[in-house]
Design a protein around this ligand. Structure first.
Ligand code: NAD
Ligand code: MG
Length: 359
């Protein structure tokens, strides 16, 4: 078992990573303090894993809320539904919410836990690779508005994160690859040695080799845990986790959220950031090529999709949340494993990078 800690003084919490964790009900049971539990899941995940989670909680008052799958459900109506369920349960401040699913379920459940009686315990049981390495750790919770993603939210840390890597066996292969893009991101930003390890294990990662995938998840969570411990509310360092994301979000938005998955757009975005870094003389062309090769080995896209105009992508980038006083703020790298915040890159350079379009 990999056992990590997110160190946040009295709000510190463990991340447990192991095969078959869902069949160790005592681990979950030990994390529950009161008598009431609300489990939130979606219609893809619940038929596969809800019974296993419920099995260990037979002595408690347990309600389940199973919603349709997909980003569109991460909204205020679903949030309201959870509030009404908690009220109907007469849930007190010692209720525990459990998020069983991907990042959509984790973000929605976490936000509900942040708001019910101004904040109650919640447990993350992530079942997508993206949720395991990224969204379940760090306490960002939110729902979307029609006007934009994650506009209503709170920082609220989970009480624990339980990662059963066996749940990845049922995840569609494309979702696995999209999650691997976020794994590569940690190497690209912080850790050239981890990046080299990923190069050596690309095939085993795609095949979900149990030991290799658990190690990749643990090393990713360790990086996320460290950056969150340093900068919980993103005043500084935590922004580095957005490597590839300003480009990626522009691609997702221009594509109308029907094309590339988030992780796929981030893969293209990271390569654009590496290309721009090389053209600005900050890093080498060889490192750009190395990143492109790893992404291709992991069967991830490395080019801006056909039909998306560079000028339109630039327009979306100007609206990014991270921008300060009208300047696009990008995460670039000085070398593989050494990302930094680059304010005020010339828009003409960004436009040329978008026109080159990646690898
Ligand atoms: P998701 O939750 O929509 O899951 C993807 C799909 O996989 C869904 O259809 C789901 O039902 C299905 N699924 C999940 N686990 C499965 C399993 N084990 N077997 C079979 N099917 C399974 O998407 P996601 O990629 O996990 O998360 C995306 C969300 O995460 C976005 O809303 C994003 O904003 C959020 N996010 C949050 C943070 C954060 O820090 N809070 C970070 C990154 C992303
Ligand atoms: Mg991301």
């Amino acid at each position: 078992m990999h056992h990590l800690t997110v160190s946040l003084a009295q709000r510190s919490y463990p991340i447990l990573i192991e095969r078959g964790l869902l069949h160790r009900p005592e681990l979950l049971r030990a994390q529950i303090k009161g008598r009431h539990v609300l489990i939130v899941s979606d219609q893809h995940v619940a038929p596969l894993y809800l019974d296993a989670v419920r099995a260990g909680l037979a002595d408690l008052v347990v309600e389940c809320c199973v919603i349709p799958a997909g980003e569109r459900e991460k909204n205020l109506d679903r949030f309201g539904q959870l509030m009404h369920m908690l009220a109907a349960m007469k849930a007190s401040r010692d209720v525990t919410l459990i998020a069983l699913g991907g990042g959509v379920i984790g973000d929605l459940t976490g936000f509900a836990a942040a708001c019910w009686m101004r904040g109650v315990r919640f447990i993350q049981i992530p079942t997508t690779l993206l949720a395991m390495v990224d969204s379940s750790v760090g306490g960002k919770t939110a729902v979307d508005l029609p006007q934009g993603k994650n506009l209503v939210g709170a920082f609220h840390q989970p009480a624990t994160v339980l990662i059963d890597t066996d749940t990845l066996a049922t995840l569609p292969a494309r979702e696995v690859r999209a999650g691997l893009a976020e794994v590569v991101k940690y190497g690209a930003i912080f850790d050239a040695e981890f990046f080299a390890w990923l190069e050596q294990h690309a095939e085993s990662l795609l095949a979900l080799d149990p030991g290799v995938i658990a190690e990749a998840i643990a090393r990713s969570c360790q990086h996320k845990a460290e950056v969150v411990a340093r900068d919980e509310t993103e005043q500084g360092d935590r922004a580095l986790l957005n490597f590839g994301h300003t480009f990626g979000h522009a691609i997702e938005t221009a594509d109308g959220y029907g094309g590339l998955l988030h992780g796929e757009a981030v893969a293209v975005g990271m390569l654009l950031a590496a290309d721009l870094s090389a053209h600005l003389g900050l890093a080498t062309q060889a490192e750009f090529e190395r990143l492109g090769q790893l992404l291709q080995c992991l069967q991830l896209p490395t080019r801006v999709p056909d039909g998306l105009q560079a000028s339109e992508l630039l327009r979306h980038m100007r609206l990014d949340k991270k921008n300060v006083s009208g300047q696009i703020r990008l995460i670039l790298w000085r070398a593989l494993g050494q990302a930094f915040v680059a304010p005020g890159v010339e828009e003409t350079e960004i436009l040329r990078c978008l026109e080159r379009g990646g690898a």
